[in-house]
Design a protein around this ligand. Structure first.
Ligand SMILES: Nc1ncnc2c1ncn2[C@@H]1O[C@H](COP(=O)(O)OP(=O)(O)OP(=O)(O)O)[C@@H](O)[C@H]1O
Length: 263
């Protein structure tokens, strides 16, 4: 019963969210609730507003109007670092790693968001900072182990193949210990086997109790792993529901049959 209530509680609420770029309406009055503990996919054709939605949730850009709540906290008026510290972490459509730093150091950067001394301050190497630095390193290893990248820990991030760089981005986002994780096209550029592994990783992340929102074009991944799907079209909510509900929605079929892409 308790579990049922937890599943039904809302982790993220969008109320009439709109975002314009000059005359272009990228999001129009988007209202939606994301239940806690699920894998929530956001799909839609190119330019539908999916990344803009993630950018608004994570505070990278402000909304033009509307409100966004993370649990009970209104976040649309907060800066990105405050939103991150509340427990929302994200990855980007185009890999955004520190390519010359090692795999481990990239995850440590994520960990430093949670530390007291900060990444630069550690340069002074006071005793408590050294201890904290060691803890950060140990925890970073744990996250690398969780995603299966521990053997690559000492390599420069830029030397990894794209698939592993994308997984590393996820490890770095996890290192901030989010309760809501936003993944923007994590399967972009991955082959079928890597995509399957990614799906299993996302499922394991959900099993940690983290709510995962995923913007994705790979329909196999979306249909197999997500619990609910939100479909955007020209910045509007076109449909939402379970994968089978969305797959059979006439509006969705109409939009996708008119395109050469799956989405
Ligand atoms: N910074 C910006 N300045 C101007 N227009 C923008 C900006 N960011 C996005 N847009 C426009 O807003 C609309 C929505 O873009 P967005 O990137 O959110 O779509 P998307 O659904 O993520 O597309 P894709 O699947 O191709 O990544 C598009 O028409 C895009 O050109």
């Amino acid at each position: 019963m308790i579990k049922r209530q937890q599943e039904q509680s809302t982790i993220l609420k969008l109320e009439g969210v709109s975002r314009n770029f000059g005359g272009l309406q990228a999001l129009t009055e988007v209202s939606y609730r994301v239940p806690e503990g699920i894998i929530q996919a956001v799909i839609g054709p190119n330019g539908a507003g999916k990344t803009t939605l993630f950018n608004c949730i994570s505070g990278l850009i402000p909304v033009t109007s509307g409100r966004i709540f993370f649990r009970d906290t209104r976040i649309d008026n907060l800066p990105a670092h405050r939103i991150a510290s509340l427990g929302i972490s994200r990855t980007f459509q185009h890999v955004a790693l520190f390519k010359n730093m090692t795999v481990l150091e990239n995850v440590m950067v994520g960990r430093h968001v949670k530390s007291h001394s900060g990444f630069m301050a550690c340069g002074f190497r006071l005793p408590f900072m050294r201890r904290e630095e060691r803890d950060i390193r140990d925890r970073a290893y744990e996250f690398l182990k969780f995603v299966g990248l521990e053997p690559e820990a000492r390599k420069p991030a830029g030397s990894l193949p794209l698939g592993k760089q994308k997984i590393l981005e996820i490890a770095r986002a996890l290192a901030t210990e989010p309760t809501l994780l936003l993944l923007d096209e994590p399967a972009g550029g991955l082959n079928a086997a890597e995509t399957e592994e990614l799906g299993e990783l996302i499922k394991r992340i959900k099993n940690l109790g983290i709510t995962v929102m995923i913007v994705e074009h790979d329909m196999n991944l979306v249909m197999e792993y997500s619990d609910r799907i939100l479909v955007l079209h020209f910045g509007h909510v076109l449909a939402e529901g379970t994968p089978s509900e969305v797959k059979n929605d006439e509006k969705v079929i109409e939009v996708y049959l008119g395109t050469t892409e799956a989405c």
